[in-house]
Design a protein around this ligand. Structure first.
Ligand SMILES: NC(=O)c1ccc[n+]([C@@H]2O[C@H](COP(=O)([O-])OP(=O)(O)OC[C@H]3O[C@@H](n4cnc5c(N)ncnc54)[C@H](OP(=O)(O)O)[C@@H]3O)[C@@H](O)[C@H]2O)c1
Length: 289
């Protein structure tokens, strides 16, 4: 296998590269600002030229503008990168006649608290520009190239970089007051576990839509509480607030938990989110990150 990865320096891209390397797979990356590879997913011809030169056997499309508040402030840029960038990735995969994995988001859905987790064939109804741009990326891929895996996931965390987990720990260490919302539900997901699941999925030819998240769901508040409790800071208080108390440019869906039905039918399931997060936090504490 020779995998081309977009968004190679991102949270998920790094996990995929590490696991592909362990398996002895060849990897080529499309990274903005890289010394050798300049194209951006928005530059279709350069993206195509690079792919023709590198001859990947699969395209793992992880690049996105993931700043959801930025996407709300600049929706045209969100569309350019997330929707049109995915259209370009689909054209590249179709031109090379290779399968593509497109990583999409829980934010294509908008539900109410108390709803059942969304299944793969539920109808998306994005609430905000980020969710809309990810959904339009899915639509473009479906229209252009059938050999696709659309993998929706949520609340990714990874060692290094900017993450909710590290933000909570940094705030606790600095003694800053913590306020976290109780009316936003999804599933924290470890990039390492998602990468393993994606690499299992691409061994199949079972193209389609998948919800790959750690098992279960929680509120943002419960996510934050779990992080502090695991790290020995049970005494640190977190003020429970509502989304309305935390004005931001983007409105996250109240409920966007995903049910992994399709992956489980292929034997691909992730652990409960608490187990994965506890292991991740233990590694962070031991400085293994
Ligand atoms: N993070 C989450 O909680 C979450 C949840 C659900 C779904 N997802 C989806 O999962 C995928 C991976 O997310 P992630 O958390 O790994 O994202 P990330 O850490 O924000 O990384 C995104 C990567 O995409 C690159 N990128 C952005 N615009 C680009 C462009 N125009 N051309 C080429 N590369 C570009 C970025 O490069 P620069 O560093 O140069 O900007 C970065 O390396 C994304 O598709 C995201 O929408 C993420």
């Amino acid at each position: 296998m020779r995998a081309m990865i977009t968004g190679a320096k991102g949270r998920l891209g790094r996990a995929l590269i590490a696991q592909l390397a362990e398996r002895g797979a060849e990897v080529c990356c499309l990274e903005r600002k890289a010394a050798r590879h300049h194209p951006d997913v928005c530059q279709r011809q350069a993206f195509l030229d690079l792919a023709r030169q590198e001859r990947p056997t699969i395209l793992l499309h992880c690049a996105a503008w993931t700043d959801v508040d930025g996407c709300a402030r600049q929706p045209e840029r969100a569309m350019r990168v997330n929707a049109n960038g995915t259209r370009n990735a689909a054209i590249v995969a179709a031109t090379l006649q290779i399968p593509i994995v497109y990583v999409s988001s829980n934010e294509v859905f908008s539900g109410q608290l108390g709803d059942a987790p969304f299944q793969e064939d539920d109808r998306p109804q994005p609430l905000n520009p980020y969710g809309r741009s990810k959904w339009l990326g899915e639509e473009a891929l479906r229209e252009i190239w059938p050999l696709h895996f659309i993998v929706r996931t949520s609340w990714l965390y990874a060692h290094g970089g900017r993450n909710f987990t590290q933000s909570m720990l940094q705030a606790a260490r600095a003694g800053r007051p913590l306020r976290v919302v109780t009316d936003e539900v999804a599933t924290p997901t470890a990039t390492t576990e998602l990468a393993t699941a994606i690499l299992a999925l691409i061994q199949t030819e079972a193209y389609g839509i998948y919800h790959l998240v750690n098992e279960g769901s929680c509120t943002r508040f419960e996510f934050a509480r779990f992080i502090l409790d695991q790290c020995g800071w049970a005494e640190i208080e977190i003020e429970p607030i509502l989304r309305a108390d935390w004005p931001r440019a983007s409105t996250p869906p109240a409920f966007s938990a995903l049910a992994n039905q399709a992956g489980k039918r292929l034997g691909i399931a992730l652990r409960p989110w608490q187990e994965a997060l506890a292991d991740f936090l233990a590694q962070e504490e031991r400085g293994l990150a």
